[in-house]
Design a protein around this ligand. Structure first.
Ligand code: NAD
Ligand code: UDP
Ligand code: UDP
Length: 324
């Protein structure tokens, strides 16, 4: 008989009621751990964790990470931060506070507990990248004063804080640079490209293409990403990252729209909209480091992941009576 109590940990997941955080929470509970989900429900919803309220090893704390947090735990995953440009630009100052003050509080907590702490960083630290694909050694091309800066610079500063706490206080840190991630439970009004296009296709509305649609992104299915985050947390202490986690398959936004139309059987037309300021032209992770250090690479192909995401959003829109 496996003795689950020997390896059971109490794990804090900030942003645990969000899209990625709720999938991570499910996986950690399935592994036998206790999870304390800390979330202010800014972009996350109780719906993402509704199925967990009766779970004996799950606890929810409604809390804003810009304020200090005193709990006892063995590990911390710091995911709290709005991730969609529409959401993070809604209140840019709060976005910066969430990344910077949130990181300070989470690091202070980890320092007091002497526990491991993982930061959900982002491919946005590379900005509008000149190096392609992006490897971790690349320092990026980020506008410090544009509309995306509250997110990009906030996440860059959080990385700095993680490495300074590591060097100055000997804290065991793990920094994951997450590339565009999608999958079931992504909010139907999230505003990011995968959910926008699927919702529009299902509702028979025009698919909004910003710019000429030739810009590229790499889309990682959420289960693959969660596997990468857990492997990083469980890696040897000298594996601090930063480490890219993403799917190296690279697609133009136009080709994504074509896939969405094919998957949904929709006859929606494409509608051009202005390209937002500072929108990166291209993005594709170099995942050699994740392969070598974590033995990790994504397994789910975009077509398969899209089918699962379409199914989940169709169900959600039907429940909300938003389908014609
Ligand atoms: P999400 O918006 O669904 O989840 C973020 C969660 O953080 C939400 O539940 C929200 O309520 C919570 N939150 C926001 N501000 C908070 C605060 N001040 N205090 C407490 N909770 C707060 O987004 P997601 O896609 O699940 O992203 C999770 C993390 O992964 C974020 O840190 C994001 O920057 C990072 N990330 C995501 C992607 C992606 O493509 N999804 C890519 C790169 C990085
Ligand atoms: N902090 C927290 N929980 C803890 C310990 C610290 O939220 O269990 C916060 C605390 O409010 C502080 C921040 O983390 O502002 C940074 O802590 P650190 O010990 O690094 O700094 P100091 O307290 O010395 O300013
Ligand atoms: N995009 C688009 N239509 C939409 C939403 C986004 O063409 O309805 C484009 C956007 O301009 C960007 C890409 O899709 O080039 C990815 O945008 P998203 O907001 O999903 O993520 P990010 O820009 O942060 O990678």
């Amino acid at each position: 008989m496996p003795r689950v109590y020997d390896s059971r940990k109490r794990i804090v997941v900030t942003g645990g009621a969000g899209f990625i955080g709720s999938h991570l929470t499910d996986r950690l509970l399935a592994q036998g751990h206790e999870v304390i989900c800390v979330d202010n429900l800014f972009t996350g919803t109780k719906r993402n964790i509704d199925h967990l309220h009766a779970h004996p090893r799950f606890e929810f704390i409604r809390h804003d990470v810009t304020f200090p947090l005193y709990v006892e735990a063995d590990e911390i995953y710091n995911l709290a931060c709005p991730a969609s440009p529409v959401h993070y630009q809604h209140d840019p100052v709060q976005t910066l506070k969430t990344s910077v003050h949130g990181a300070i509080n989470v690091l202070g907590l980890a320092k007091r507990l002497r526990c491991k702490v993982l930061q959900a960083s982002t491919s946005e630290v590379y900005g509008d990248p000149i190096q392609h694909p992006q490897a971790e050694e690349y320092w990026g091309n980020v506008n410090p004063i544009g509309p995306r800066s509250c997110y990009d610079e906030g996440k860059r500063c959080a990385e700095t804080l993680f490495f300074d706490y590591h060097r100055q206080h000997g804290l065991e840190v793990k920094v994951a640079r997450i590339f565009n991630t999608y999958g079931p439970r992504v909010h139907h009004a999230d505003g990011r490209v995968v959910s926008n296009l699927i919702v529009q296709a299902l509702r028979g509305e025009p698919l909004t293409i910003y710019g000429d649609g030739s810009q590229t992104r790499s889309f990682c299915y959420v289960d693959d990403l969660v596997e990468g985050l857990i492997r990083l947390m469980e890696s040897e202490p000298d594996v601090t990252g930063p480490i890219n986690l993403g799917n190296p398959g690279e697609f133009t936004i136009l080709s994504l729209a074509e896939k969405v139309l094919a998957q949904t059987g929709s006859r929606s037309r494409l509608e051009r909209r202005p390209l937002p300021a500072d929108d990166p032209r291209q993005r594709k992770p170099d995942i050699a480091r994740a392969k070598a250090l974590l033995g990790w690479e994504p397994k789910v192909m975009l077509d398969d992941g899209l089918a699962l995401t379409v199914g989940s959003l169709r169900e959600r829109l039907t429940e909300m009576a938003l389908l014609a």
